[in-house]
Design a protein around this ligand. Structure first.
Ligand code: ADP
Length: 438
């Protein structure tokens, strides 16, 4: 196995890059071919043979793998190795569909740990750190996946998992945690709950956070950094490809994620599945060619982004993920992403970042209600002031999103909190329309 330092900058001529990807991807196809799985049958249906992949053009004409392939071949149909070689099973959290079952061989687990380690060390995790891991343990990839990297670093791990916020605050305070691993939603919730207990996390030794599993706008990141007194780093991943650690924030540019080029082949496509030029938005497509248990060919992640730059096998820089195609709501014929609403809210100091969008059909028309809370400590605001904020927000939303959204204001702490991925939409329409925007 090569080291990432062997592949840096200009040393990667296009030729070497092409050879690397062609070799790795045809090897992955070979493993699928001899694995005898349902995946192999699909590739045969498309007339794909590992012997015929000899150039990047060949790679870019391979068929896509989609979430539907996981569903159609549930649970083991995509595995390229027998279960006797699989040492771990995980499952996606099933945000939008039936959970997807994924497996790992010994090498897969080793590679996963190595990539998570890269992500953490790149932002200064060291063996002196005490790490509170508040990602979910169990079948989800977050908890155990990040644990692999933390343990490899020699830092001290506290496997707290999700929930029981008061206990987590005790652990954080009493054990002197210096690093937090959690969803951004949980980081906000932790801060709210600590304040109620008169514990100021910003004054604790906590200095660094790795956060992901859901979109979080830049202004939410700055709020978290301020409230917890930390540097908050964006970490990206998805179970189908590996889990957390597929990508990490560039230390010099908080708006971009580095996706590891030595493990993943990265493309961006439009709705029709055509490649779009670098810089244009589209759906992120990843091929995980080194994965042994489930190598995925051209997997349509559903995540929307654009390529910012490439640096050979070091990686591909993409814009932070603000939305996924299956989050998109079509309301009164207008396409909106809930994350756009979240980003608007972060501009109001009188409002909290917690919200719930409710969509219902009244007669032939869609009606959208934004339930939102006043920020902590703002429950005593004058009624007239709250009214003005609400009217201003409606206008802002109309200007930003192009549709009228009714706003309902609540006192701080009323809306449901989530200790793992948050839910921001309750679409009560029958056959609720959601689709793909780019
Ligand atoms: P799912 O949510 O699809 O059931 P996972 O639990 O594996 O499956 O979550 C993976 C998804 O979570 C990604 O495809 C992406 O939509 C979202 N995600 C993960 N990390 C981030 C991040 N840092 N920023 C935005 N979205 C993220």
């Amino acid at each position: 196995m090569f080291e990432i330092s062997d592949f840096n900058g200009e040393k990667n001529s296009n030729h070497i890059l092409e050879e690397y990807y062609v070799n790795c991807i045809s090897n992955a196809l070979k493993r699928i071919h001899f694995g005898g799985s349902a995946y192999q049958s699909k590739l045969l249906d498309f007339d794909v043979s590992y012997q015929n992949v000899t150039s990047l053009n060949d790679i870019e004409s391979l068929p896509f793998t989609t979430k539907a392939d996981f569903q159609d071949n549930y649970p083991y149909g995509l595995f390229a190795v027998p279960t006797s070689e699989v040492i771990r099973i995980h499952s996606s959290s099933g945000t939008k569909s039936k959970p997807k079952i994924v497996g790992y061989t010994k090498n897969d687990i080793r590679n996963w740990g190595a990539l998570v380690l890269r992500c953490l060390m790149m932002h200064g995790l060291s063996k002196e750190d005490i790490v509170l891991n508040s990602f979910g343990y169990g079948v989800f990839t977050g908890g155990l996946g990040l644990q692999l990297g933390v343990e490899a670093s020699g830092a001290t791990l506290i496997p707290a998992s999700t929930g029981k916020t008061a206990k987590q605050i005790d652990l954080l305070r009493d054990l002197g945690a210096t690093v937090l691993l959690s969803t951004p939603s949980f980081a906000m919730h932790l801060s709210d709950e600590s304040e109620k207990l008169n514990f100021d996390i910003a004054k604790s030794p906590l200095r660094l956070g790795f956060m992901g599993a859901e979109p979080w706008p830049d202004n939410m990141k700055s709020q978290i950094e301020k409230r917890l007194g930390i540097k908050a780093v964006n970490i990206y991943g998805l179970s189908e490809i590996m889990g957390p650690g597929v990508g990490i924030e560039d230390p010099d540019d908080s708006n971009s994620l580095i996706l590891w080029g030595d493990h993943f082949y990265v493309e961006i496509v439009n709705e029709k599945g055509e490649l779009v030029p670098d810089g244009c938005y589209g759906e992120l497509v990843i091929t995980s060619f080194l994965k042994e248990a489930i190598p995925l060919i051209r997997y349509r992640t559903g995540d929307i982004t654009r390529i910012i730059k490439r640096n050979g096998l070091y990686g591909v820089w993409v814009e932070r993920i603000a939305s996924r195609s299956d989050d998109m709501l079509i309301v009164k014929g207008v396409n909106i992403f809930p994350s756009q609403v979240g980003a608007v809210l972060c501009n109001y100091s009188d409002l909290s970042p917690y919200y719930l969008l409710e969509i219902e059909r009244r007669g032939f028309s869609d009606n959208v209600i934004l339930n939102v809370e006043l920020a902590r400590g703002k429950h005593n605001l004058e009624r007239s002031h709250v009214y003005n904020v609400s009217e201003n927000l409606k206008k802002y939303l109309k200007d930003e999103l192009g549709i009228y959204i009714d706003v309902k204001m609540y006192n701080p702490g009323v809306l449901e909190r989530f200790t793992s991925k948050r839910q921001t939409v309750n679409d009560k329409r029958e056959n609720a329309g959601s689709g793909y925007i780019v």
